[in-house]
Design a protein around this ligand. Structure first.
Ligand SMILES: NC(=O)c1ccc[n+]([C@@H]2O[C@H](COP(=O)([O-])OP(=O)(O)OC[C@H]3O[C@@H](n4cnc5c(N)ncnc54)[C@H](O)[C@@H]3O)[C@@H](O)[C@H]2O)c1
Length: 331
């Protein structure tokens, strides 16, 4: 598909007349996804308990949608959110390794119990397609790179274990009940609307926030750990494609940039982009549960739903810095 002024990211065109539910739609990925779904003509409802999401993200979504402020573990709120819905994009979770190490119970409730409840409610309603936000944390510290879905999972944190359980339930709900589930294993997503303001935030948003606010960026460990950073437009497009494919049900598919960069290298790129060349990072103790290296093989995603990388790392970083400058986080 060719880029155009209306479709700068070349995002998959979706002539959707069906109704979609985005769980976690006040969050970073969910709000970007809801925005694009509405732009593509879908009717959208969002359920979010605002535990890590923001009303400001909802306010930035262009177009009409229904917002149910509630928890996916609440039967009544879930029933309202699922009224007339045919496609579920399940983004709600407590997406943080350190937070899950501190409080595994709340992570289990949001990620395992919440996903299970949502799958049951989807099975018992008009839902046909269920696209699940899975996590590359499932791979743990295995040395083989790139990571392929046939590798055994080795979760290192309560968060990774909980997200992995969601994949298993999605596979089983396809196998047993015929629900068209697809699990997209995202690798370190970044971009506009990612909250930079907490210890739990993604590293790119924290680095940009620190550089732009003349603070010292913190690196946990020596900075030689590497990640496969994926720009948000690629993940939004992946979800739209996964909603329209006729293959891959019950499967897990890496959804990533497909390259890796160390945190030290990343900081250098961001120093260039922000013009803050003199900054020296503060190296603090490694965080429990963090993986050392991460890089995806996207072949399964290409095969099952036609994944394409639309925006590469450097361009994504540029767009994210530009967004930050006019965002509510700019001081
Ligand atoms: N950001 C990444 O790099 C990344 C990588 C791999 C997987 N994921 C997955 O992608 C999804 C979205 O992540 P994100 O980065 O946008 O995080 P986010 O914190 O911005 O969004 C998650 C949203 O879910 C909501 N939520 C949490 N528990 C809920 C509950 N019980 N009921 C209703 N709403 C609830 C939060 O309020 C928030 O708005 C998550 O499932 C996460 O595990 C993210």
């Amino acid at each position: 598909m060719l880029a155009s002024a209306d479709n700068p990211f070349q995002i998959a065109n979706m002539s959707l007349t069906t109704k979609c539910l985005v769980t976690g739609g006040a969050g970073f990925i969910g709000s970007n996804l809801a925005d694009e779904l509405i732009k593509q003509g879908a009717k959208v409802s969002i359920i979010d308990n605002l535990v890590t999401g923001f009303r400001e993200n909802l306010e930035e979504i262009r177009g009409d949608f229904e917002f149910i402020e509630g928890d996916i573990n609440d039967d009544e709120a879930l029933a309202r959110a699922l009224e007339g819905v045919e496609i579920v994009f399940h983004q709600a979770a407590l997406p943080s390794v350190p937070r899950s190490v501190e409080n595994p119970q709340e992570t289990h409730e949001a990620c395992v119990n919440g996903t299970f409840k949502l799958l049951i409610a989807s099975r018992d309603s008009a839902v046909k397609r269920f696209v699940y936000a899975a996590s590359s944390s499932a791979y743990g510290n295995q040395e083989t790179l790139p990571k392929v879905e046939t590798m055994c999972a080795e979760p290192l944190s309560p968060y990774a274990a909980a997200k992995l359980m969601g994949e298993h339930y999605c596979a089983v709900f396809h196998e047993v009940y015929g629900l068209e589930t697809l699990s997209l294993r995202y690798f370190n997503v970044f971009g506009p609307r990612q909250n930079p303001s907490s210890f739990y935030s993604g590293v790119i948003s924290r680095f940009i926030d620190a550089l732009m606010s003349d603070q010292t960026p913190v690196i946990y460990g020596d900075g030689e750990q590497s990640r496969d950073f994926t720009y948000i437009a690629n993940v939004v497009d992946a979800n739209l494609k996964a909603a329209q494919t006729d293959r891959g049900f019950g499967k897990v598919m890496n959804t990533a940039n497909g390259e890796r960069i160390t945190l030290n290298e990343l900081l250098e790129v961001l120093k260039d982009l922000t013009g803050k060349h003199d900054v020296t990072p503060d190296h603090q103790e490694e965080r429990a549960g963090d993986v050392k290296h991460s890089q995806a093989d996207n072949s399964a995603a290409v095969e099952y739903y036609g994944y394409e990388k639309l925006v590469g790392l450097e361009e994504g970083l540029k767009r994210t810095v530009d967004w930050w400058k006019q965002s509510r986080f700019a001081k």
